[in-house]
Design a protein around this ligand. Structure first.
Ligand SMILES: [Zn+2]
Ligand SMILES: [Zn+2]
Length: 142
């Protein structure tokens, strides 16, 4: 097989021939997003660090489309969470907000503990209260 310098793999990631890189595959290829991020950081990407494609296009490796995130941060990004200047925001699924991003704090969300971790409910406090008010009203009318 002729070696290509750069190709898109079957899941949509761009791979670049770079056989001396510590993360090179058996055939000498490295994810292009790793190379782009490492160049911007001036260091290697560490274990436990992930690179998220902001627009979900795995082949769009412009640095402005890439975000270096931790393992848990990566899951959050895929759940629509956004980190804005160090504060996490998440979309509220309630009917008042309809997906509006709110800060993940006690002021906006109730939390419950799941697997030893505190996680916010999917609806914010205001939407939670609104849903309760509506179901009460419905009970009264039936
Ligand atoms: Zn991602
Ligand atoms: Zn809400």
């Amino acid at each position: 097989m002729r070696r290509r310098r750069r190709y898109i793999d079957h899941v949509g990631y761009v791979r670049v021939f770079s056989p001396t890189h510590p993360r090179a595959s058996r055939y000498g290829y490295v994810y292009e997003h790793v190379l782009v991020m490492e160049k911007a950081l001036g260091r290697l990407v560490r274990p436990g660090e992930h690179i998220h494609h902001r627009n979900e296009n795995k082949a769009d490796n412009r640095i402005e489309n890439l975000a270096l995130v931790s393992d848990s941060g990566h899951k959050r990004e895929h759940a629509g969470w956004e980190n804005i200047e160090g504060q996490w925001f998440k979309p509220c699924s309630g009917m008042l907000c309809a997906g509006k991003l709110l800060p993940v704090t006690e002021r906006f969300f109730l939390f419950r503990t799941r697997k030893g971790r505190r996680v916010p409910l999917s609806r914010c406090r205001a939407c939670q209260a609104e849903a309760k008010r509506r179901s009460r009203k419905q009970e009264k009318n039936s």
